[in-house]
Write a protein that binds this ligand. Structure first.
Ligand code: SME
Length: 149
């Protein structure tokens, strides 16, 4: 299998092609989630949007998920509160982790900010422990930057 960096490079090129000329955020979230999911086969890939005081489920691929998450709750709510990427190698060790799916074992959540405020997040869950590292963070951040200029 190709190494992770090569696959992310291909994914970035693909995402750039998908979002170029399209400014509808939901459409772009839908295609980005589908592209990541198809490339890596993660358990769950999707977006949450900040709507008022909560995160609300956006476009995703994978099993059904929690619809609303409060500020500061679980991995997603904490990443929003702290406005930083969270990599969780073992979700069972994360206090307050929200188990949308009992099969999730590790997770990465990357906030998307606009004018200094978090407006959405990309959340990826893996069915295996310790799936995500700094390489995933760097490339997924680049992929989001391509869509959120
Ligand atoms: N596990 C996340 C909830 C979202 S789902 O996994 C899709 C959390 O603790 O925030």
């Amino acid at each position: 299998m190709k190494n992770k960096e090569t696959r992310y490079q291909e994914l970035l090129t693909e995402v750039e092609g998908l979002v170029t000329g399209e400014n509808d955020e939901i459409a772009n979230m839908a295609n980005i989630a589908a592209a990541i999911y198809a490339k890596f086969g993660f358990h769950w890939v999707g977006f949450y949007r900040v709507v008022g005081e909560e995160l609300v489920l956006g476009p995703f691929q994978g099993p059904v998920a929690c619809t609303r998450i409060a500020f500061g709750r679980g991995v997603c709510g904490t990443a929003w509160k702290e406005a930083r990427t969270l990599i969780v190698p073992d979700v069972d060790q994360f206090p307050g982790h929200i188990a949308c799916s009992a099969l999730s074992r590790s997770e990465i959540v990357i906030p998307i900010a606009r004018a200094g405020a978090v407006v959405a997040e990309l959340d990826i869950d893996s069915a295996e422990r310790d799936t995500f590292d700094a390489v995933d963070e760097v490339w997924l951040t680049r992929i989001l930057a391509a869509a959120y200029k």
